[in-house]
Design a protein around this ligand. Structure first.
Ligand code: COA
Length: 340
């Protein structure tokens, strides 16, 4: 990478020293809970927030792009039922490239179309695989629903509550982009060889999957289940620290203060846990975060509380990282377009 400018982007700015995340000039705290995921997609693509007409037109484009080629559906439904969803999604995106006759068309309009199609189709790949592995009938996308609601509809087979939809929508907003993180960087490396959109996003999904990157949110729930109860937390964390084992969801390569996304997710986790009447998971999480701050001066990151949020919403653990991938597709593709 000698002499190569890699980390310059207009898309997002991660200020690790002061704990600030900015998307195209907007502080994440101005966006979270205020705008929808589709508005953030528009912002990343056009560098400004949409007006009502622009937003309606983007929503129509995305909902019109959802359906998958039959060959991809057949492939997804023939995968082993116990295949981890991130493998299925990575393979599904790669397969989409085989069915798109414009996959190698480098015209920028074609690139933008492919990018938007991936934003619309990755949730569908995830939902079809998830239904098929349970032996359940596939649920067709519903063009009247936005991205968050449609995904929940397609995995559950029932329309989500307003609260569930808005929670997932806010999670999408918080995960949409994050500067030159590992998966975005790998997507940019791939497209920098003038490969294609599908290859770039396939690369990114493979990179996000790792437990030190997007896979950490699944690791958090596994860890909480392994610990079992609040009174076991101190001993568990002490043991991990003694053995130099990483605590999932803690620490960050860039933020040396609190990850600005964490408080939004913590608040959601608290509300949902209280509603569920099972405060155990959030109490354990808070105690882990407290110890790690005192002992190592390390803060919770985006994955730490998102795990409890998804768990409280009844989302299967192995769909946590896919949800991250669904949301981050907006950032990956915007970066690929910027790189081009
Ligand atoms: N649990 C225990 N110790 C941790 C830790 C964690 N989650 N994260 C960092 N540390 C330790 C490091 O081992 C290092 O210890 P040392 O000084 O004794 O060698 C120290 O804290 C400082 O680490 P730092 O340089 O801040 O972290 P990093 O930049 O090397 O790594 C991560 C950043 C994200 C890869 C790392 O924090 C991690 O693996 N976290 C867990 C996985 C995770 O949640 N990933 C999602 C990130 S959004």
């Amino acid at each position: 990478l000698e002499g190569i400018i890699a980390a310059h982007t207009r898309l997002s700015d991660v200020r690790g020293d002061i704990g600030q995340l900015i998307y195209c000039g907007y502080d994440i705290n101005e966006l979270a809970g205020q705008v929808s995921y589709e508005e953030v997609v528009y912002l990343l693509y056009h560098n400004h927030l949409p007006n009502a007409k622009e937003l309606a037109s983007l929503k129509a484009v995305l909902s019109g792009y959802r359906e998958l080629p039959q060959g991809v559906i057949d492939m997804l439904t023939s995968l082993p039922k116990d295949c981890p969803p991130m493998h299925a999604i990575r393979t599904g995106v790669s397969a989409l490239g085989c069915y798109d006759t414009t996959a190698d068309d480098d015209n920028m309009d074609a690139q933008r179309r492919k990018a938007l199609r991936l934003i619309a189709q990755i949730p569908v790949i995830t939902a079809y695989f998830h239904r098929s592995r349970q032996g359940l009938p596939l649920v067709a996308p519903d063009a009247t629903l936005g991205e968050a609601a449609n995904f929940l509809w397609m995995i559950d087979g029932e329309k989500p509550s307003v609260e569930k939809e808005s929670t997932i929508d806010m999670c999408y907003v918080l995960h949409a982009d994050h500067g030159m993180n590992a998966s975005t960087f790998s997507a940019r490396v791939t497209i920098a060889t003038l490969s294609d959109m599908y290859s770039a996003v396939t690369t990114a999904i493979g990179t996000l999957k790792g437990p030190l990157h997007g896979g950490a949110n699944e690791g958090v729930i596994k860890m909480l289940k392994e610990i079992g109860s609040l009174d076991q937390v101190d001993a568990y964390v002490a043991d991990c620290l003694a053995q130099k084992r990483k605590i999932m969801g803690i620490g960050h390569r860039v933020y040396k203060v609190l990850d600005p996304r964490a408080p939004h997710l913590k608040r959601m986790a608290q509300i949902l846990s209280a509603k569920l009447g099972d405060p155990k998971w959030i109490q354990m999480s808070e105690r882990i975060a407290e110890i790690m701050l005192t002992e190592k001066n390390l803060h919770a990151n985006v994955d730490f509380y998102s795990a409890t949020v998804y768990y409280s919403l009844g989302i299967p653990t192995d769909l946590f990282t896919p949800i991250f991938a669904i949301a981050r597709t907006s950032g990956w593709t915007a970066h690929v377009l910027e790189q081009l």
